[in-house]
Ligand binder design. Sequence first.
Ligand SMILES: C[S@@+](CC[C@H](N)C(=O)[O-])C[C@H]1O[C@@H](n2cnc3c(N)ncnc32)[C@H](O)[C@@H]1O
Length: 159
Amino acid sequence: MIEEKLKWNEKYKTLTPKPPSVLINYIPTANAKALDLAGGYGRNAKALADKGYDVTLIDISEIGISKINDNRIKTFCLDLDSYMIPKNEYDVILMIKYFNLNLLKQIPSALKKGGYFVFETIRKYPISKEEFFEIFKDFEVIYFSEKPFRFIGKLFNYK
Ligand SMILES: C[S@@+](CC[C@H](N)C(=O)[O-])C[C@H]1O[C@@H](n2cnc3c(N)ncnc32)[C@H](O)[C@@H]1O
């Protein structure tokens, strides 16, 4: 994904910081673990750190990551195309303004029971609604909109 890396490195040289996604407001305050997939310059990761989360952020752009400058956030400059999320590891996972079907399918097993997934994409229908909800069939829907495609789900807490 060298093109993505070059594209985003170039953008992050001049990008003006934006506020976090409004979806972050739905996530409860907690002393718990969060993963921000393709988190860029960390606008959403910082908002989760403010809520008490221990946040890990992964992104391919070292320029984006260099702008984070926040020692509450663990950063990794990696290509997510070949990434495997550890299982049963996180209380919150973000995939915001980035889409990767392979990672999307890993979310249910990567979250702890009761964990939240926050999804927002710039594309209207990255996959069909049916396909999306098949992946997230074990989630309670906390928020959903189609335009833009936004979703927050909470993994059922099985007894
Ligand atoms: C539109 S930005 C969104 C950044 C952040 N999620 C936000 O909402 O501010 C897309 C991000 O995806 C990252 N990205 C694109 N392809 C990637 C890949 N293969 N692996 C890791 N990060 C990638 C880019 O570097 C960029 O930071």
